[in-house]
Design a protein around this ligand. Structure first.
Ligand SMILES: C[S@@+](CC[C@H](N)C(=O)[O-])C[C@H]1O[C@@H](n2cnc3c(N)ncnc32)[C@H](O)[C@@H]1O
Length: 426
């Protein structure tokens, strides 16, 4: 394996996430991770996730040390941010952090002297101080927990200050790696993982869920060597499939399907039947196909039919027994898994998505058979994407009634933040 510097890669990825608005998940793929030695891989993950979880705090601490911030490139700024994360949160020796940061700056043809000077002054001020001491000053929640102010303001309108703080804390805590397996195999998969050295817990909310403690990449590597049905899926996301109550020989429509978590768990639960799953994004459709290819042998009696199509353009000559509409959303409920989401999402985006979600629900509801269920879900904490979508739909559709409506939150249930509504066509 050719040596690659995890520090340099961290700076490059961070710059692409923050300045090109790409998702961390799409950049830090298993292929990228596989090109690093085990120790460097863990370092890269820690630096990227940690810096993103503490970005506003790091910027606040760094601010006074810049003489001409505008004259610095994104690479230099991100080099400094990752260096500060290593100093304060990882307790890496000061000389090592400074040496590596200056070195990276030389490779980028940046400003090694500026980086050196800033880090030396930073170390002079904060050396020997613990994180608790630095954080003991009264900081605004937005800086302390690195979340945009507008989002915190929204939450403060709905929750008490204490609750908002515990949500912010939960969003900055590393979540367990959660998978869905066949409920009848859950014990076997847990034993297999324990044998491989992982701590494993059964999910209390879904009989298919396993929470595994360890590095995602390593868990996936071990699971790939097994002969079990498994998919990476949060408990709240699994709950959608249980609420759907799929049954043998049902005809199911999954309207927004990639990467296929809900399609595949539904297939495993119903054991026999047909699922039409639609995805309109070409790249994501490929991912959906790959996941179906990997797992279809475990559900041989379910005919899973992926289609690259826009759900708003689709038409069927028949109706479905079950419909899942897991709509595209702001992802504010999965900030703990994707720390970069908070820097991409905006109020305008939430409003735009809410409109699309309403149109999508209107469209897919037409294909539901009488006395059948449609489950609508979003991994969003925001009412415009949840309660409002369902209320406005029900106002115009007497033929539908709401059977169940629930919300989950990282700081309450310890799951991703989801809104789920189960509708019945009377
Ligand atoms: C929340 S994700 C679905 C996750 C998936 N249900 C799962 O559990 O793995 C929403 C998906 O809808 C897709 N999408 C967005 N607009 C769409 C449209 N008009 N037609 C079909 N799919 C769409 C997005 O590309 C995205 O992959």
């Amino acid at each position: 394996m050719v040596y690659k510097s995890p520090r340099k890669t961290a700076v490059e990825i961070l710059s692409t996430v923050l300045y090109k608005k790409k998702s961390l998940k799409s950049l830090l793929t298993d292929r990228v991770l596989a090109s690093f030695h085990r120790h460097d891989r863990a370092f890269l993950i820690e630096v990227l996730y940690g810096t993103l979880r503490n970005l506003y705090l790091i910027d606040f601490l760094l601010e006074n040390f810049f003489k001409n911030k505008k004259g610095l490139s994104p690479f230099t700024i991100n080099n400094l941010r990752t260096a500060v994360y290593q100093l304060l949160f990882m307790k890496i020796p000061e000389y090592a952090v400074t040496f590596e940061a200056v070195n990276i700056e030389k490779i980028f043809n940046g400003k090694p002297a500026v980086v050196n000077a800033i880090l030396r002054s930073f170390i002079k001020k904060y050396s020997g101080k613990g994180l608790e001491e630095i954080l003991s000053i009264n900081l605004p929640l937005s800086i302390k927990y690195s979340h945009p102010e507008w989002l915190i303001k929204r939450w403060l309108k709905r929750f008490s200050p204490e609750e908002v703080e515990s949500l912010l804390k939960a969003n900055n805590k590393k979540p367990p790696f959660t998978i869905a397996v066949k409920p009848e195999e859950r014990g076997l998969v847990a034993d297999y993982l324990k044998e491989k050295g992982f701590d494993v817990e059964f999910s209390e909310s879904v009989s298919s869920g396993l929470k595994i403690y360890g590095q995602g990449y390593e868990i996936r590597e071990v699971l790939n060597q097994s002969s079990f049905f498994w998919i990476v899926q949060d408990e709240a996301s699994q709950l959608v499939c249980f609420l759907l109550e799929p049954f043998e020989d049902a005809r199911v429509f999954d309207a927004c399907a990639s990467p296929g978590g809900k399609t595949l768990l539904t297939a495993a639960l119903m054991k026999k039947g047909e699922i039409i799953c639609i995805e309109n994004n070409k790249e994501r459709f490929k991912l959906l196909q790959e996941n179906i290819e990997r797992l279809k042998r475990f559900v041989p009696d379910v005919n899973i039919k992926p289609e690259l199509a826009d759900v708003l353009q689709i038409n069927f000559k028949y109706s479905f027994d079950r419909i899942i509409l897991d709509a595209p959303c702001s992802s504010t409920g999965v900030i703990r898994r994707n720390p970069d989401v908070r820097y991409r999402v905006s109020e305008e985006e939430i409003k735009r998505l809410s409109k699309i979600q309403k149109i999508m629900l209107e469209k897919v509801s037409r294909f539901l058979a009488k006395n059948s269920f449609l489950v609508y879900s979003v991994c969003s904490t925001e009412p415009e994407e949840g309660e409002e979508v369902i209320e406005s739909f029900l106002q115009n559709h007497d033929e539908f009634s709401s059977i169940d409506k629930l919300r989950t939150y990282p700081h309450v249930e310890g799951t991703d933040g989801f809104f789920i509504a189960k509708l019945l066509r009377n």
